[in-house]
Design a protein around this ligand. Structure first.
Ligand SMILES: [Zn+2]
Length: 282
């Protein structure tokens, strides 16, 4: 990994001292809020790598795992599931004002299709997303006990048609309905609500060895956070970092996906992680 030069780091540190995080006042302490830190507590590299704010070098995000891995989902034979159209870390530069890579996967679905929680967890972020390409968004945090993976995992659900009826701090179960699919989110080129986007979920996943995170400019930033290919989550084991995923033998890049059927039955029955849309039986 190539580290950014000292000058870049110094510049980022300077920018980081600008007080952009004014919402630090103590609120009601909830289960999820135990991990909350103020923006100043996030180191400048992580802040830029995950936040990808305007002044940030995209190379920092790439160094934290935002690059293509070659993984693809393999759904159970007895299930008909919704498939990815825009892959993890695909080059979005032509759709953005500057170099950019897709920070998750998109799965198209008819308007109103319920997005479901991929694992048990707690709501840590809830955003109207009026200045975000992801639009109306929910972020969940999953403990190692929630997923069986020895990391703190964050899952991000975007493009709801309306704000889900969930509170920050609230626990959700695996498969619980979060809200209806829509196409909310601005076009980064025009800055206005996109009208042409097909209805779809934007599903992003992050991880950290720390349970701590901050909410900076409507973005959940885990302390020492990393990007990951959402398909890697379904391996349900380590490693799941992008470098290791890219290096897997081809056969292992087909990742078996565990799912929930429309009737609420999980497959396999003991899974703690499911696809963000239910599947239909064949
Ligand atoms: Zn997307």
């Amino acid at each position: 990994m190539k580290l950014p030069c000292a000058v870049t780091l110094a510049l980022i540190a300077m920018i980081d001292t600008i007080p952009v995080f004014a919402q630090g006042s103590p609120e009601q302490i909830t289960e999820a809020d135990r991990g909350r830190k103020t923006g100043a507590a996030i180191d400048p590299v992580t802040r830029c790598a995950i936040g990808r704010f305007r002044q940030c070098d995209i190379k920092l995000a790439v160094a934290r795992g935002l690059f293509e891995t070659g993984l693809s989902p393999s759904f159970p034979e007895n299930a008909k599931c919704r498939e990815i159209d825009d892959w993890y870390a695909m080059d979005y530069t032509s759709r953005r004002p500057r170099e950019a890579y897709h920070g998750g996967i998109d799965i198209p679905a008819p308007w109103g299709t319920p997005m479901i929680a991929v694992a048990a967890g707690a709501v840590v972020g809830k955003y109207l997303g009026e200045h975000s390409a992801r639009g109306i968004e929910i972020v969940l945090r999953h403990s190692p006990e929630d997923t069986g993976i020895p990391l703190w995992i964050y899952t991000q659900y975007g493009h709801f048609s309306e704000m889900p009826n969930l509170k920050v701090g609230q626990r959700v179960r695996m498969g619980e309905v979060l809200g209806p699919t829509g196409n909310s989110g601005i076009s980064p080129r025009t800055g206005r609500q996109s009208t042409r986007r097909r209805p779809a979920i934007h599903f992003g996943v992050f991880y950290s060895t720390s349970e701590l995170y901050a909410d900076i400019r409507d973005t959940i930033i885990p302390v020492e956070g990393h990007w990951m290919d959402p398909v890697a989550l379904f391996r349900k084991k380590l490693p799941l970092d992008s470098g290791s995923m890219k290096g897997l033998p081809e056969a292992e890049k087909q990742v078996p996906i565990s799912i929930m059927f429309d009737d609420g039955e999980a497959f396999p029955a003991n899974t703690e992680i499911v696809w963000p849309y239910t599947c239909t039986r064949r």
